[in-house]
Design a protein around this ligand. Structure first.
Ligand SMILES: O=C(O)c1ccccc1NCC(=O)[C@H](O)[C@H](O)COP(=O)(O)O
Length: 197
């Protein structure tokens, strides 16, 4: 089970995610309580070994803005959240970064349909921590797709059983307060996800 921990802002929490065995770590570079600057993301990304994917998360920015921020942050992947048009992904192909499309269940759920190599199927309000009916997408997405939205150590096994994803993505469920990650919750989440798969 592929595991992404999103919304990291602090070196200690980045270390905790790496130590726990996360496959990917997300830095929010768009409007959010978890937003960090590209320069801060570059500092945090320097602490991450090459086998862990560093992801810059965007929502609504145009491709030129995404490109500049992704390069400044040095992230290995770009995640476009919400309803970015196919052309935004096309415009970023030559960036040479892994492209991730993050949408809610109403979108086209075929991974690769927008030339992305990973898909995230999330709650309607990204980063809200609100659970949704994960079983509604069972069998619908294809390819390398992660389930997100309201996941936590206590429910990730249930969510995996309901939706049968390739991977899982979490933010609020490993926090003690909005934007404040907890190393013990990060470790518990990774362990629970791997045990369930
Ligand atoms: O986390 C945010 O604040 C955020 C803001 C704007 C766009 C995307 C955002 N998060 C993206 C993620 O990948 C989250 O991990 C995902 O939405 C799940 O969030 P949660 O329900 O809090 O676990």
């Amino acid at each position: 089970m592929y595991v992404k921990i999103c919304g990291l802002t602090d070196p200690g929490h980045v270390a905790a995610a790496v130590e726990a065995g996360a496959d990917a770590i997300g830095f929010v570079l768009t409007s959010s309580s978890r937003r960090i600057t590209p320069e801060r993301a570059a500092e945090l990304g320097a602490l991450v070994p090459p086998e862990v994917l560093t992801v810059g998360v965007f929502r609504g920015e145009d491709p030129a803005t995404v490109r500049a921020a992704a390069l400044a942050a040095g992230v290995r992947a770009v995640q476009l959240h919400g309803h970015h048009p196919h052309g935004d992904f096309t415009a970023l192909k030559d960036l040479g970064r892994t492209l991730i499309r993050a949408v809610d269940a109403r979108a086209d759920l075929r991974c690769g349909a927008f030339d992305e190599s990973m898909l995230i199927v999330d709650a309607p309000r990204a980063g809200s921590g609100e659970p949704w009916d994960w079983s509604a997408v069972r069998g619908r997405p294809s390819g390398q797709w992660m389930l997100a939205g309201g996941l936590a150590p206590s429910n990730v096994a249930e969510a995996i059983a309901a939706a049968r994803p390739w991977g899982v993505d979490v933010s609020s469920g490993v926090e003690t307060a909005p934007g404040v990650k907890d190393p013990a919750l990060i470790a518990a989440f990774v362990d629970a996800a791997r045990a369930a798969s």
